[in-house]
Design a protein around this ligand. Structure first.
Ligand code: FES
Length: 268
């Protein structure tokens, strides 16, 4: 995925990979279903997150936090005094986790197929003749992924802290704060667990920990960490989808509780 010199770019038409023309293929399996489902899933999430981050706040006011719960779309909550009331604080931070997802190696492979048929699926003809991969502008910018990884690790710390805060509830009658557990706490905790599983399986993290070394056997701690990341990495696609769903659902849960549409059930 790194920038290749022009001399080693792939040929325009790798031999034996696909027939000419959009959708032309020798494959006899149902190759179109998966990119179709992926496209619908990504579109639904993008529309929901844009509505939640940009419109929900100006339309319904402060609906992103309730009791000790804060929507993950708004964490860490950054709200400078000079910001006008209608301005959603999510705009200031969402570019970081959004950039992490958009540049993720799994998502790239998935949305190149689903959104611009490049190619529609493996060994299926595509609507263009030239193929430069990610070796030229603008897709070469995808290599910024490793820097988004650093930000994503930083954001995880805030999300863990949000779960800690979701364990403390204030009694509106007395103003006293006490330790407790609500369904919302479990929702936020599950979200952090899934986001962590997704982030710790990142290909860039695996490279950072040991992927660039020829031999790891002389570094037992590094080897263990590498195996651990490799374990998450093997399920990266699964965690990518589960964490996408959990982050959206956590936002929805906090919002609907905040608006009084759902009631948070307190376990103790
Ligand atoms: Fe998917 Fe880094 S490769 S998060």
């Amino acid at each position: 995925m790194t920038g290749l010199p022009a001399a080693v770019r792939l040929p325009r038409k790798p031999a034996g990979t696909a027939r000419e023309g959009l959708g032309a293929t020798s494959r006899i399996d149902d190759w179109a279903t998966e990119p179709g489902i992926v496209g619908i899933g990504f579109t639904a999430f993008i529309l929901y997150s844009l509505f939640s981050a940009l419109l929900w706040y100006p339309l319904f006011g402060v609906a992103y936090e309730v009791d000790g719960y804060l929507s993950p779309f708004f964490s860490p909550l950054v709200k400078p005094d000079f910001m006008p009331d209608w301005f959603s604080p999510a705009i200031l931070i969402l570019w970081a986790p959004g950039g992490f997802r958009v540049t993720c190696y799994y998502y790239r492979g998935a949305y190149y197929k689903a959104f611009w048929a490049d190619p529609p699926s493996c060994a299926v003809g595509e609507p263009r003749k030239g193929y430069l991969g990610e070796a030229s502008f603008p897709l070469i910018l995808q290599n910024v992924h490793r820097y988004f990884l650093y930000l994503a690790l930083f954001f995880l710390v805030f999300l863990v802290h949000d779960v800690w805060k979701a364990l403390w509830f204030t009694d509106p009658a007395t103003g006293q704060t006490s330790f407790g557990l609500g369904v919302g706490t479990l929702v936020l905790a599950a979200n952090v667990a899934l986001l962590g599983s997704y982030t710790f399986g990142c290909h860039s993290l695996r490279h950072l920990i040991g992927g660039y070394r020829d031999r790891l056997s002389g570094s037992p701690v590094r080897l263990k960490a590498y195996k651990c990341v490799g374990c998450f990495n093997r399920r990266h696609m699964m965690f990518a989808w589960m964490s996408l769903f959990s982050v959206g659902f956590s936002d929805l849960y906090v919002r609907l509780c905040s608006m009084g549409i759902w009631t948070d059930w307190r376990i103790f």
